[in-house]
Design a protein around this ligand. Structure first.
Ligand code: AMP
Length: 222
């Protein structure tokens, strides 16, 4: 199988993290969530974490050069094969350009961009119900994708909590930021022939099947 380098695009709450984790279970493709990287840095109190904290907590985007540096460094630490899937990066046109340039310097390029499409009403509902494992990062939804035991991670037994920025006010800011700064990337990647749109309103299983079909077509070059 040739190494796959994927981007998950789509507003917060559309299931990017869940689907990236599923691809890892199915094909070993390693997910890299820029939000997770930042939350880890904040928790550890690193210099990057200190610079990013205020932005993350208010739902605003951290500066392009900071996040680009952090993500490219994290990608360099991943094994080349079977590949990786970015979740939450790029989020602006300058980030997309910097990613393309950074990959090109390494002799690499993006294989495809998976755009998860979902209405704002459904996004809001899903985010308010979202719970995350504080230990391994697995994500759940108390109504759509509940853990077997309430409040406990199926995978590692860790405790499930709500993200600090998953409140209605902050979600609204994150959605507005998405519309103004990130949505233009849909056209950017469409023009480059990389965009694959997926109907994210279906069940997690159905969305996973749609994504797997896309990935299999990439592998066969169809
Ligand atoms: P996420 O977990 O992807 O929803 O990201 C959580 C927060 O981290 C965002 O609301 C931003 O404050 C910050 N963040 C994550 N990825 C990026 C990015 N690519 N560019 C700027 N800020 C980001």
């Amino acid at each position: 199988m040739r190494p796959l380098r994927l981007i998950f695009l789509g507003p917060p709450g559309t299931g990017k993290g869940t689907q990236a984790q599923r691809l890892q279970q199915q094909l070993g493709i390693v997910p890299l969530s820029s939000g997770d990287v930042l939350r880890r840095e904040i928790k550890e109190g690193s210099e990057v974490g200190r610079q990013a904290a205020e932005y993350v907590h208010s739902g605003r985007l951290v500066p392009d050069d900071l996040i680009t540096r952090v993500v490219l460094a994290a990608l360099d630490r991943l094994p080349a094969s079977p590949g990786w899937a970015l979740d939450g990066f790029p989020r602006t046109a300058p980030q997309a350009e910097a990613l393309a340039a950074g990959l090109s310097q390494r002799g690499l390029s993006i294989s495809a961009v998976i755009d998860l499409v979902l209405s704002d009403d459904e996004i809001l509902r899903r985010i308010v119900d979202r719970r995350v494992c504080g230990n391994c990062g697995a994500t759940y939804n108390v109504s759509l994708l509940p853990p077997k035991v309430a409040g406990v991670c199926d995978r590692c037994g860790g405790g499930l909590t709500q993200r600090a920025d998953d409140t209605r006010d902050v979600i609204q800011t994150r959605l507005e930021t998405y519309r103004s700064q990130t949505a233009p990337l849909v056209e950017y990647y469409r023009q480059r022939g990389l965009l694959r749109e997926i109907d994210a309103s279906k069940s997690a299983d159905s969305v996973a099947r749609q994504i797997l079909a896309v990935v299999q077509r990439l592998e066969t070059g169809a």
